[in-house]
Design a protein around this ligand. Structure first.
Ligand code: BES
Ligand code: ZN
Ligand code: ZN
Length: 497
């Protein structure tokens, strides 16, 4: 989608008209630019109450002599905020039909730049489909959408800059979705690494380092190796560095990248197992965030580590009962090979300490228990620092991506460290609180500053996106498949402090 900004209220192609709930006529300031017939038609619809302009609803006007239009509801004027504008923009794209054409002009009446920007953001985010594997007839192909946002004289530069940022961030969200939606026969650890490598070539200030299987074995990444060794597609770790030369502590993101999770020898049931292609959603989130930051010219340093593996049952696979040694030196008793995300993350989190980061945030489609707790409505959020957890929660709220505070309790840690023969165990003692025990397990692998034995643990948060990375029907920024959640949260957190 191409979005341009221009002052005045001339309409190209289909008019997009956002309206407050209960509007009885086209807003005064927009009347002038409208074709008389179209204006009359819209005013009739509104005065007769045929379009109530409730949030996220649209009405299409086609076939009138004054041209085409899509009316879109913003909801009640008193409640309208940037989220309402974002949702309205997304609703337009979700409900647009081929007959509306690809030239659209959105006009606003006395609206803030931020709100118009959010409307464009919603359009950009929702303008996504994953069609790479579909054959398409030439005649079904559509040109790229060409959207014009009209504004008042003098607003264009600021609005245009804002939309450029939204477009850059949306490119990160779309990259995350592309990675997640890619079928697992084509998205395997090395394919992800290759894509990262190719992607980095377009930016002078990005470095990608790949730690391959042999190097991971040599380095002692026992968690990553144990999970990935059962697959012919060997595991790897991919490290992204943006603005490496900038000095000082920086944010560090870690992603779970299980390109397919069969459960391993603790095999999952067959129903919906195809969805386990999304089990690399954490790695897609951090890759997408790096794209959002790089494409918008972020000047600070940021590092991301993705732990890529395919969890397969085979004669080379790890077994329940195995004890493995991780990069940290800590050993883990494997009690269920399906609790594999925490194993690869144990090495990713420990590795993060080498960068002496300001903070570490990990993203993982980690537990079914988190979906039981929060459904598809919110990501589970744990942290060893209450203020930091609040900052992330607020960053999520600011962009409409909910991350809900969850407890990191000593009792859960205890439950994960009472193995009879190893330092830790990868399974809780019972089936309750599974998302919390998983978080408590991860905490064991968050290093202290400079790896000092009695030092302070690095500020860390864990985000369980098992319920929000896909299947979130109420996420109106996406039609289906991978959501690309939290690229925007991270962009907001990292760029707004
Ligand atoms: N990738 C799954 C978690 C998952 C399940 C995400 C369903 C989304 C939907 C993870 O590796 C897993 O299998 N976790 C187990 C842990 C258990 C064995 C302790 C789970 O949640 O059942
Ligand atoms: Zn699993
Ligand atoms: Zn998994």
């Amino acid at each position: 989608m191409k979005v341009s900004v221009s002052p005045g209220h001339n309409i190209n192609g289909t008019l997009i008209l956002p309206l407050f709930e209960g509007s009885e006529a086209v807003p005064e300031s927009l009347q002038e630019g409208l074709h008389t017939a179209l204006k009359g038609q819209i005013n009739r619809i509104l005065s007769e109450g045929d379009f109530k302009a409730k949030s996220k609803t649209t009405m299409s006007i086609i076939g009138g002599e004054g041209g085409k239009a899509i009316l879109v509801g913003l909801g009640k004027e008193d409640d309208v905020d940037i989220h309402a504008y974002r949702k309205a923009g997304a609703a337009v794209i979700a409900n647009r039909k081929k007959v509306h054409g690809t030239d659209l002009t959105a006009t606003f009446s006395a609206t803030s730049i931020e709100s118009m920007g959010s409307f464009a953001e919603g359009m950009l985010l929702r303008d996504y489909s994953y069609d790479h594997y579909k054959q398409q007839d030439e005649e079904d192909k559509e040109a790229e959408l060409d959207v014009r946002i009209t504004c008042d004289e003098g607003q264009e530069a600021e609005l245009s800059d804002l939309i450029t940022i939204h477009a850059g961030v949306a490119s990160g969200v779309h990259l995350s979705r592309d990675l997640g939606n890619c079928p697992p026969n084509d998205m395997y650890p090395e394919a992800f690494a290759d894509q990262a490598w190719e992607w980095a070539k377009q930016y002078d200030n990005v470095e990608v380092t790949i730690i391959n299987y042999d190097q991971a074995v040599k380095a002692g990444m026992g968690g990553l190796v144990a999970v990935g060794m059962g697959s012919a597609r060997k595991p790897c770790m991919v490290i992204f560095e943006l603005n490496r030369k900038v000095t000082g502590r920086c944010p560090l993101l870690v992603g779970k990248g299980i390109t397919f999770d069969t459960g391993g020898i603790s095999l999952k049931p067959g129903a919906n197992m195809d969805e386990m292609k999304y089990d690399m959603g954490g790695s897609a989130t951090v890759f997408g965030t790096m794209e959002a930051l790089a494409s918008t010219g972020h000047e600070g340093k940021v590092v991301a580590i993705t732990c890529m593996a395919e969890n397969m049952p085979s004669s080379n696979a790890q077994r329940p009962g195995d004890v493995i040694k991780t990069l940290s030196g800590k050993t883990i008793e494997i009690l269920n090979t399906d609790a594999e995300g925490r194993l690869v993350l144990s090495d990713g989190l420990w590795k993060a300490g080498e960068f002496d980061p300001e903070y570490i945030i990990d993203f993982a489609t980690l537990t079914g228990a988190c979906v039981v707790a929060l459904g598809h409505e919110a990501t589970g959020l744990w942290s060893n620092d209450d203020d930091f957890r609040t900052r992330i929660h607020e960053a999520g709220n600011a962009v409409g991506e909910l991350a809900w505070p969850m407890p990191l309790l000593p009792a859960f840690e205890k439950e994960m460290t009472n193995s009879k023969i190893a330092d830790t165990r990868n399974l809780g003692a019972g089936r309750y609180g599974g998302a919390n025990t998983a978080a408590a397990f991860l905490k064991q692998f968050v290093p202290n500053r400079n790896y000092e034995k009695d030092g302070e643990q690095i500020t860390w948060a864990h985000m369980d996106i098992a319920g929000t990375y896909w299947g979130a029907k109420t996420n109106s920024m996406v039609g289906n498949g991978a959501t690309g959640i939290h690229v925007r949260t991270m962009y907001h957190l990292i760029t707004n402090g």
